[in-house]
Structure formats: C-alpha cells, structure tokens
Ligand binder design. Sequence first.
Ligand code: GLU
Length: 388
Amino acid sequence: MITSPALDRISPSQTTAMTDRATRLREDGVDVISLSVGEPDFATPPHVIQAAKTALDEGQTKYTPVGGTSRMKQAAALHFARDLGIEAPTANITVSAGGKQAIFHAIMATVGEGDEVIVPAPWWVSYPEIVKFAGASPIPLRTSAKNGFRFSAGELEAQIGPRTRWLMLNSPGNPTGAVYPREMLLAIGEVLRRHPRVLILSDDIYSPLIYTGAPHAAFAALCPDLAERVLTVSGVSKSHAMTGFRIGVAAGPAWLIQAMEKLQSHASGNPCSISQAAAIAAFEGTQDFLREWRERFRARRDLVVEAINAVPGLSTPVPDGAFYCMVDAAPLMTRFKDDAALAMHLLDHGVAIVPASAFGGRDGFRISFAADDARLREACARIAKALS
Ligand code: GLU
C-alpha cells in the first residue's frame, strides 16, 4: 500500500466517518439516533424536486460548462445579492459539488509549502485538513465558550504573520453556532486592510439560520473595498435541505474564480446538471418556508440546550446560529481516555455525535439538532442515562 505524502498528512473527515458508522449500525438493525452530521431533516421543497424531474425529462443529462450554466450562475448571483447583500456579476461566481469542493479548490489553487492559513478553533473538520493537503500549515486561532467562540480583531492581528495567506471566517459557525455581529466583522476588516496579502474565505453556508433576530452580516457586503480578496461560499444544502444534490456556490475575484475552475476542469468537471436545475429552482423560487424552518430549529435548539445542561457534568452555551451545540464534558473526562472514547460510549448507548477533538476542541462533543423533537428528546435521554 503506497499513498502520497499529501494524503499521509491528513485524517479522514470525522463527521462523515461517524455518520457512515451510524448508518451501517442502523442497516444492521441497531437502534442508533444519528446526531453526528449537519444535515436538515426536512424534506427538500416540492418545487425543487419538480425542477430536478423536469430537467431529467427534458434531457438535461449532459456536460455543462465547468463552473455551472449561465442560468445557474445568474441564480447564484440573485442569491448573493438578495440574501447576502453581495453584488457579484456571473464572471465572479462559480458553482461546485457542494461548498466543500469550492473551499478545496480555492485553497489548493492558492497555497503551497510555507504558507499559513488562520483557522479559528473549534473549526469545521475539513478546513485544516484541506490546508494540510495543499502543503500549507493551519494556524489555530483559539476561541472558547467564554467569548462566545468568537475571536476579536486584536487576537486575529496577533496571529497574522508574513506567511499568512488566508483567514477562514465561518459565521454562523460550525461546530459552535457562533455568529459574528456586524461590528466585530467591521473591526476584523479594519485589521485585514493592514495586511493586503491575506485572502479571506467567508463560509456563509448557514446564513439563513440565525436565531437572534438580527439579519445575517456577510463579510464581503460589509467590507466591499476588500472584495478583491474575499471569497464567499454558500449553497443550497442547509437552506433548502439539499445536501445530497451537492451544489455549492462561491463569489469572489475573477482571478480566483478562474483558478478554481481550472482545477475543477481536471477534478470533477461540471457540477451535476440535474442538481443545477434543482438549485436554480431553489434560489429563484419562494424562500418563505425558511421562516418556519428557522423557528422549528430554534425550538429544537432550546430543547437540546435545556436537556444537555440538565445532565450533570455536561454544559453547552446557547448557539446563535446553525444547528449545532458544542457540549463541554470536561467534568466527566476522568471516566474516559479521551473524547473519542466518550463518543464511542455514547454510540454504544444509541446516540451518534462527533467528538470535540475532531473540530480542534477537546473534552466534549458536537451534537446536531437537525432532527425531529421526539428523536432529540430520546437522544438526550440516552445521553443522560449513558453518563449517569
Ligand atoms: N457540514 C456538515 C457537518 O459538519 C456535513 C458533513 C461534512 O461535510 O463535514 O456535519
């Protein structure tokens, strides 16, 4: 068995690994509630499904341009302008197989050995692995529950060095649900103006899921003078329950979009033609259902926060966005070798979650509350019993 040095630098995605494990157990008849993956449980809206069926019936089953059809890019431009306040012509937009592929290509196309990428921790599992695969070094920017899992402008500036190439920004954030308010993003922009070599990857995929009542603040919209250095990533997976369709969209400077498409032309080629038709319907159709989804997620969040905080030894802050709670289990860790062992213990008791260490955290776990109330209640009861 011979693998490349680049592959040897990374670990498999622990979110997908845990989810695959839970799926296998369920297929074997084991009763497991999977709260490991971040995936809305709601059905994909019917008009989106219909658009996919129509695309099939119309024979839209062939190659499209590598970065998506013109119509798809126009629909993405509509989304960026309407939902994020980012005005981007289609030359500044590309479409990929999920937001993950856009991030992968952006990093692969721009960094190499010796480069550094600042990754706020806890981070989404794939950010540091993509950076390592590209040969660069992820530089953790630690945050904690005490500061709402948000870094300040001053903390960011202290981490920027001559080799810094990117800052990863993710608001609302996975795995903590942290939301950066406008003022914090403006202060971060002020720091970045002083460091013209640093690019900013703003992952706004959870933008529709904010529970504070405040509108989403997109970094690129707040700091338009930095547009030449900002790549904003979004998609339909979380907003329209379309994870399986694999459509991500990115808006950024034309040179970067072209670089990403160059890579994509050799990697996967165009994103799925049927999925593009579905995503056009998602962006162009009604967004009204989102209000109801958001309210349901908010109620689920409250349910999980209350149930988890009632378990002796566990605690979680109230996340402002996305659909995850980052649970601290430090008081219980004398009973487990590490949080991976804690995760296996919970799996043995019928609940799949992801250990905090997968996200650059420790002594805890991420729980996704994108499941119905009954399953969330049952899962929390199982966790309480497993740890009693
Ligand atoms: N973003 C989701 C999660 O964190 C999907 C799985 C993945 O790609 O990591 O669970």
